[in-house]
Design a protein around this ligand. Structure first.
Ligand code: 2IP
Ligand code: CA
Length: 402
């Protein structure tokens, strides 16, 4: 099996432990929030937050991978910068030290001398994590690490993470908001071609034990390389909670449905009106809103919906790379919505898959790495083609109205 995949799963579990630990103490959590600096801001929100947990997780992933695979660290990128300024105006570059005490001291500077908080954090950061999945042992694949680049989103759906709602009820298995929408995303791509090869999605908050208030998480992975396509959902029995299963899911997951209203889609709360109008023609009432780009993609991976569609340019390479790799390993993918709408399906051209190695020209700050044409995530190419033709049919009158 690919050692890299194993290491990524292990470090994603460590990241999930950090994310859970930070939510456990409210006082600690309040200290971790810092407003994003201009230029690093996701323009969708008036106020955006960078959490120390975010930066810590990103650094842990980088350091762990660099230790196991020397040279790989420099090819790991993410949304966060590891620079902090504390109340004393001191600039601190957050990194993982070799000893827990040192990391604690560094964290204490960021946390304005809060010893309790910094020691607790250092402890979880340096804790060993064991991750075993026997199904992984059967995979024999070796990918040269020199061709690999990695996108990391240490905490996707930061807003939901900060809000921390634990009692949101799912609709047909899909959580519109809440801690379930938080994911840790690690996507590996080919540096030369930009094609996503390995994806790990860790969902740290899946179910909560009401006695201990402890959360359990789960992770998903997929690998698609040189004709080998393998993913976690095909290997293990899907651990689905029956109360969360949508009534139509089994009918729709594996069959290549061709009729209108047989599709289901998940969308952002900020989706445009004309897209929403077209979707209600194509999907009827099976259009679900959910927070988190990573979570919405995960809904497609899990077969909770057929499509995740987004027409805005506010997702980024770190939001999509992991799920894109998993979807590829399932026979699906993630395409540029704008390019899809402009292409002639009769021409049978290759689909405009998102790529991960080149930045957008004439863009600055985070926008260099945004998916600027929007996206559609799907599990089956045939389904995508049918969905697209229905969408285009229904989108024209809506566009004339706007
Ligand atoms: C965000 C997060 C948001 C998403 C946005 C991402 O990442 O996933 O939820 O918006 O596109 O960039 P929406 O939920 O409307 O799809 P982060 O939380 O890491 O900033
Ligand atoms: Ca994100």
């Amino acid at each position: 099996m690919s050692d890299i995949l194993r290491a990524l799963l292990c470090v994603s579990e460590k990241a999930a432990n950090i994310a859970r630990a930070c939510r456990q103490q409210e006082a600690l959590f309040q200290l971790l929030i810092e407003e994003k600096k201009e230029g690093e801001k996701n323009k969708k929100f008036a106020v955006d937050f960078k959490t120390l947990a975010d930066v810590l997780v990103q650094e842990v992933i980088k350091q762990h991978m660099e230790t196991r695979f020397p040279g790989l660290g420099k090819n790991i990128s993410g949304e966060e910068s590891n620079e902090f300024t504390n109340d004393l105006g001191e600039k601190i570059t957050l990194r993982l030290c070799s000893r827990e005490e040192e990391t604690g001291e560094l964290l204490s500077k960021v946390l304005n001398g809060n010893k309790l908080a910094s020691e607790a954090l250092a402890k979880v950061v340096h804790q060993d994590v064991s991750f075993t999945d026997p199904t992984l042992d059967s995979i024999e694949i070796n990918i040269s690490q020199d061709i690999l680049g990695i996108w990391v989103d240490p905490i996707d759906s930061t807003y939901q993470y900060i809000k921390g709602s634990a009692d949101v009820k799912p609709n047909c298995g899909i959580f519109p908001c809440g801690l379930q929408c938080v994911t840790i995303l690690i996507g590996v791509y080919d540096l030369q071609t930009g094609v996503p090869l390995i994806g790990v999605i860790n969902q740290p908050f899946v179910s909560q034990d009401l006695n201990t208030l402890r959360w359990k998480g789960q992770s998903f992975w997929g690998l698609s390389y040189m004709g080998t396509n393998i993913h976690s959902l095909q290997l293990s029995n899907p651990k689905r909670n029956s109360t969360e299963t949508p009534s139509q899911r089994t009918e729709n997951t594996n069959s290549e449905v061709e009729c209108s209203h047989c599709f289901s889609a998940v969308i952002s709360t900020s989706e445009k009106e004309n897209i929403k109008a077209a979707l209600s023609c194509v999907c009827g009432d099976r259009v679900f809103r959910a927070a988190g780009a990573g979570y919405k993609s995960l809904c497609v991976v899990q077969g909770l919906v057929d499509i995740y569609i987004f027409s805005e340019d506010t997702t980024f390479k770190w939001d999509t790379c992991a799920a894109h790799a998993i979807l590829r390993s399932m026979g699906g993918g993630m395409v540029d919505l704008k390019e899809c709408l402009g292409r002639n399906p009769e021409m049978g051209l290759d689909l405009p898959q998102l790529v991960y190695h080149v930045e957008n020209r004439d863009a600055t700050g985070v926008d260099r790495w945004c998916n600027k044409g929007g996206l559609i995530a799907y599990r089956s190419r045939k389904q995508l083609e049918t969905f697209l033709s229905l969408l285009i049919e229904n989108l024209v009158p809506a566009e004339i109205n706007t």
